[in-house]
Design a protein around this ligand. Structure first.
Ligand SMILES: [Ca+2]
Length: 365
């Protein structure tokens, strides 16, 4: 067991609200473990409770109080979370290990047709009129256009409808124990404990998706701690039930990672001559000016987007070819890259951008 001195030393390097000497004293009931400690016993179900204790010890090492940790009983193994994670992993592994499939020119179009339906656009417009006051407030305060906040809200939880009913501590402990992405999920578990420790909510309210994403924003605990804000100044950051907090938290996330509300996300383009695939991509060093891209034969696809192109004329732009050398092409701004920070998928980010454009047109924003 670590001494109080050692725990204090561990805490000094961490910027944590709960990491005070008084907490250390109460934490003395649970051993503190370093974040890098490795679980050496077998990953068999009869060791699951022991593993949960191991995670709790790591949480002590990051300043979570023993009182909070000891109050969290009934953290249980959830087999369906592992099954869903393996299904996702299986798809990824198949894509990784097989010889690359020929690029599908309809890849992004198929994704958008599935995830950005007309019904969803209609629902976004209906919702807009109900929530516009709180939406406008978040938009102005954080400098993010309303349509993007609405689009992310719609994509993540179908406008608050789907939030998930899994016990978050249980799914996070289960997925950490499973081991495929142990580092990620054990830190999310610790951060979920921090949320409870800091009194943002109680355990019975801490419900989410099979992977531990919570509330109308579907924030993982780390995102909650980093980006959730109190939009209506009632003292709570309630991303589950309070639309002010939901919109402010989405906008604060985008603002924090670099959003610029003077810019559209991007435009669809066409290549009038072959472009080296290596020039495409959203890495920082691949930014070029509009004139530079135009010199390589890249043109706007639809004149209906001429106004958007003008708004992008002095911005850094990246070429995105979501289906490699076949299919559709896009020039995107740094705002697109901030959506990728939220979810690292070009398909997802394109669907959010197009969703926002359709909301803007439909609601006359
Ligand atoms: Ca609030």
């Amino acid at each position: 067991m670590k001494t109080l001195l050692e725990i204090t030393a561990l805490c000094t390097g961490l910027i944590l609200a709960g990491c005070s000497s008084s907490n250390n004293t109460s934490n003395s009931a649970v051993n503190a473990l370093d974040s890098n400690a490795i679980y050496s016993k077998d990953r068999t179900l009869d060791n699951f409770n022991d593993y949960v204790q191991f995670l709790k010890q790591k949480a002590v090492g990051q300043g979570v109080s023993a009182k909070t940790l000891n109050a969290q009983n009934n953290i249980h193994y959830i087999e369906s979370a592992v099954r869903l994670d393996q299904k996702q992993a299986g798809n990824a592994a198949r894509l990784k290990n097989q010889p690359p499939l020929p690029p599908n020119p309809n890849g992004v179009t198929n994704y958008i047709n599935k995830h950005l339906t007309q019904a969803k656009v209609n629902k976004a417009e209906d919702n807009y009129w109900d929530v516009r006051t709180s939406l406008q407030k978040a938009s102005q305060k954080y400098g993010v256009q309303q349509e993007f906040i609405l689009a992310l809200w719609g994509m993540e939880s179908s406008f608050g409808y789907y939030q998930g009913n899994y016990d978050v501590l249980s799914v996070l402990a289960t997925l950490a124990f499973d081991g495929r992405r142990e580092k990620l999920f054990s830190q999310e578990f610790i951060n979920a404990m921090k949320m409870l420790d800091q009194g943002y909510l109680n355990r019975t309210q801490m419900l989410g998706s099979w992977a531990g994403a919570m509330g109308q924003t579907q924030f993982m605990p780390t995102s909650y701690l980093n980006y959730a804000v109190d939009g209506d100044n009632d003292g709570r950051k309630d991303i589950w039930q309070n639309e002010h907090d939901v919109f402010a938290s989405i906008a604060n996330y985008l603002h924090t990672v670099g959003w610029d509300n003077r810019l559209p996300w991007g435009v669809e383009v066409q290549l009038t001559q072959p472009v080296n695939l290596a020039l495409s991509g959203t890495e920082k060093n691949k930014a070029r000016s509009l004139t530079n891209w135009q010199a390589q034969g890249i043109m706007l696809k639809s004149s209906a987007e001429a106004q958007k192109l003008t708004a992008l004329s002095s911005a850094d732009l990246w070429l995105v070819l979501p289906d490699k050398q076949v299919g559709r092409a896009f020039l995107v701004s740094n705002n697109f890259r901030t959506i990728l920070d939220w979810n690292r998928s070009n398909y997802y980010a394109l669907s959010v951008g197009m969703f926002a454009d359709r909301i803007k047109a439909g609601a006359g924003l």
